[in-house]
Ligand binder design. Structure first.
Ligand code: ATP
Ligand code: MG
Length: 246
């Protein structure tokens, strides 16, 4: 993607579900390589916004621009093609499948031997281990995902989402299940991913400490409306909470 201007611009985006106004004329911009922490109470519209940005939902009104170019995402596959990847909270991981099986689920690699196609198990294992090792982690890729800790699962989901080299990574997560150490691991990991590949990120979390530590910018939503958007330095956790509450 070439061009100037912000990586992402959202302009007057609204989304209605019948009478529910999940997003009300929302606008913001995000520069390339920055992390935006998106916070708000239950039902504030966070997931709705990410679903619109990942092609899962169509907005009722408004425009999206990628590097100043007006864009529409017809489907998640279309958004992916345009450089946007989303990692939902653990949802895309299958508990009883192994780490490497999860990594390649739905995009399995095959090899041909004569007229027959076989799963290329060796190559999938190798590539999974390599992708995970890139960020300094080592864990047994033969283990079933259900045996892993919350942060390890998170690392797999994110590593998988960034394998296709997206420009923008969206994370809709609840990190609150994590221990303090686990949270530190995730902050380090995501910060490193952001620095290493200069990827732009929008991260949804109820963990305000994590959002404060990790994000360059913070946006607070309440009942579908933008209450605050600004530099992380410009807002305290107490102020975030005030914006979140009615
Ligand atoms: N598919 C849908 N059909 C009808 N209403 C919906 C649908 N999806 C979301 N909503 C409504 O839109 C509003 C915003 O929901 P959304 O899921 O975006 O909130 P959220 O900020 O992600 O909340 P949470 O923190 O609980 O995940 C809520 O009132 C919700 O009930
Ligand atoms: Mg949500």
């Amino acid at each position: 993607m070439a061009g100037s201007g912000p990586m992402l611009e959202v302009k007057n985006i609204s989304k209605n579900f019948g009478k529910v106004r999940a997003l009300r004329s929302m606008s913001f911009e995000l520069e390339k390589g920055k992390i935006l922490g998106l916070v708000g109470d239950n039902g504030a519209g966070k997931s709705t916004l990410l679903k619109i940005l990942s092609g899962d939902l169509q907005p009722s009104a408004g425009q999206i621009y990628l590097e100043s170019k007006a864009t529409r995402f017809k489907s998640p596959a279309d958004a992916m093609k345009k450089g946007i990847a989303i990692a939902y909270q653990f949802l895309e991981l299958v508990d009883i499948a192994k780490v490497w099986e999860n990594f390649f689920m739905g995009r399995e690699l095959t090899k041909r031997i004569g007229p027959l196609a076989f799963l290329d198990v060796q190559r999938m294992k190798y590539l999974t281990a390599e992708a995970i090792a890139k960020y300094g982690h080592t864990f047994d890729i033969e283990r079933e995902v259900r045996e892993l800790s919350g942060e390890q699962r998170q690392i797999i989901a994110v590593t998988r989402a960034i394998e296709a080299n997206p420009e923008i990574l969206l994370l809709d997560e609840s990190f609150t299940l994590l221990s303090l150490d686990g949270r530190k691991d995730i902050v380090n990991f995501l910060g490193e991913v952001n620095k290493k590949i200069g990827i732009t990120m929008i991260i949804v979390s109820h963990d305000l400490e994590l959002i404060k530590t990790l994000s360059h910018y913070i946006m607070v939503l309440r009942a579908g409306e933008k209450m605050f958007f600004g530099h992380t330095d410009k807002i305290s956790i107490d102020q975030i909470v005030k914006y979140m509450l009615p």
